[in-house]
Design a protein around this ligand. Structure first.
Ligand SMILES: [Zn+2]
Length: 265
């Protein structure tokens, strides 16, 4: 059988697994645990928020999009799905349509995986502490983004389109971060992260002007809503150590103690 070495086999591999994906491609995967990525040692802390319009927003102001299906591919997928409904059961045509759908879907999965790997490596290299919201709590306290009382404009349409893709990508991203940067990922309680002003700390549901915009009615601070949330997530992680020194922040990380020495900046 012909095959392609997509990468070198690491030392010390003891087992491998052969799989066939839904697009009919065969893969050989060798089991090896890679070394964690060393932290940069700069004391930098980043907050990362999962977005709706973008895959992730960083407290640095960066917006990171996951590449998923492009518009023509999305159109083609919708057309194929309609064709599948009409195709007769057991027909050759139905098989062909199914295969074409599977190929498009694996393309999407591949791109998401690629994005997850690149983004997690980038974050692990650049920051000593990576703060994310604790999803278990987040699911209970937040709707798709925005708040239940004050949802942003077009939330349903946009969220419906992206939610499942981004939700899957987000879960994978956090999981890979924990693998690549063990001990550097801090999970914080996401309560009010989308309603709190990251400049003055006021919590106000009306500050969330729309899905994308945050404008504080107290201090006038305006910023992308996802970036504002990412800044609050960062502050919650930093505040945990302030709290340990007798500060007054209440929103601390839900699980792990970050190293105060790294957070002194
Ligand atoms: Zn403010």
């Amino acid at each position: 059988m012909r095959f392609r070495w997509s990468r070198a086999v690491p030392e010390g591999v003891k087992s491998y697994r052969i799989t066939r994906d839904t697009a009919g491609r065969w893969h050989v995967a060798f089991a090896a645990v890679p070394d964690p990525i060393p932290a940069p040692g700069t004391g930098e802390v980043v907050g990362v928020d999962r977005g709706v319009a973008v895959a992730a927003a960083l407290s640095t102001g960066e917006m990171v999009s996951a590449s998923t299906l492009r518009e023509p591919e999305r159109v083609r997928l919708l057309r194929l799905l309609r064709m599948l409904v009409r195709a007769e059961r057991g027909s050759n045509r139905r098989d062909k349509v199914k295969q074409a759908i599977a190929r498009l879907k694996t393309r999407e999965v591949d791109r998401r995986k690629d994005w997850v790997e690149k983004t997690s490596t980038d974050l692990a290299r650049r920051f000593d502490v990576i703060a994310v919201e604790d999803l278990k709590i987040g699911n209970m306290t937040r709707s798709a983004k925005g708040t239940i009382e004050a949802p942003g404009k077009h939330v349903a349409a946009k969220a419906g389109l992206n939610r499942s893709i981004l939700a899957a990508g987000w879960g994978q991203l956090v999981q890979r971060l924990v693998h690549k940067a063990p001990g550097q990922v801090v999970k914080v309680n996401p309560v009010y992260t989308s309603q709190r002003c990251s400049a003055c700390g006021i919590v106000d549901a009306k500050s969330r002007e729309s899905q994308a915009d945050f404008r504080c009615r107290s201090c006038g601070y305006a910023c992308n809503a996802d970036v504002n949330a990412a800044r609050n997530i960062r502050l919650a992680a930093v505040g945990h150590t302030v709290d340990a020194r007798g500060g007054d922040r209440v929103a601390g990380p839900a699980n792990r103690e970050p190293q105060p020495v790294l957070l002194s900046a």
